[in-house]
Design a protein around this ligand. Structure first.
Ligand SMILES: Cc1cc2nc3c(=O)[nH]c(=O)nc-3n(C[C@H](O)[C@H](O)[C@H](O)COP(=O)(O)O)c2cc1C
Length: 196
């Protein structure tokens, strides 16, 4: 298998679809806003994700500008607030963990992860950048987004917007704003048994 160098300095086999390697989580965003159509397509991508018994336990509550956005920004921790407040859109991500009969949805987080990845890949295809953030006030997110904690768990926030340049971020952040590599595939995929 030959290897290909991608625009974000990642190296991958040339058989792999480019979308997996071209997506990366930059912290740099421009001031541009997203159109309603762009936003709609992102959530359309998310809603096609597979889920256990097709329960679709993901929930996205989002804000772009104005007072709603100021409320959403308030859940970010200090480090994330340094760059994520500039992104055109902040999305709070929740997973429905209890179904209508009161049963636990065991795979809710897994399913919601699939939906986030769908959104992220679609965003990349549209020339947008996404970065998920676990560094948020998980309890405040329920109030900010009007989501009942008895039924949902806060998972993370996602910053979405047009990719900026290093000039769009604080110089201290810019230094570390590079695409991350990955562990070798031999450490994550095993034939037959993980234990030797
Ligand atoms: C659930 C989740 C939580 C994350 N939390 C943060 C965060 O709080 N702050 C941050 O800067 N990046 C955060 N990230 C981004 C990861 O650091 C990033 O995805 C990882 O380093 C891999 O890099 P890549 O997305 O560019 O491939 C988070 C990513 C995920 C999926």
């Amino acid at each position: 298998m030959d290897e290909t160098n991608f625009s974000n300095d990642r190296v991958a086999s040339d058989l792999l679809d480019r979308m997996f390697v071209e997506r990366w989580s930059s912290k740099a965003f421009t001031d541009d806003q997203l159109s309603e159509q762009q936003i709609a397509v992102l959530f359309e991508a998310a809603h096609w994700a597979p889920s256990s018994s097709n329960r679709q336990p993901w929930l996205f509550v989002y804000a772009t500008e104005g007072l709603d956005r100021a409320r959403f920004n308030s859940v970010l921790n200090e480090g994330n607030a340094l760059w994520a407040t500039k992104a055109a859109m902040l999305v709070l991500v929740f997973a429905r963990v209890v179904d209508e009969e009161g049963n636990d949805i065991r795979t809710a987080h897994f399913d919601t992860g699939a939906a986030w990845m769908s959104l992220a890949l679609q965003a990349n295809r549209m020339g947008l950048n996404t970065r998920a953030m676990g560094g948020i006030d998980l309890d405040a997110a329920y109030t900010v987004a009007g989501v009942p904690p008895e039924e949902f768990q806060t998972i993370c926030a996602i910053a979405v917007g047009l990719p900026g340049t290093l000039d769009d971020i604080d110089p201290n952040i810019a230094k570390g704003n590079i695409a991350n590599d990955r562990n070798p595939i031999t450490e994550i995929a095993f034939y037959g048994s993980y234990l030797k």
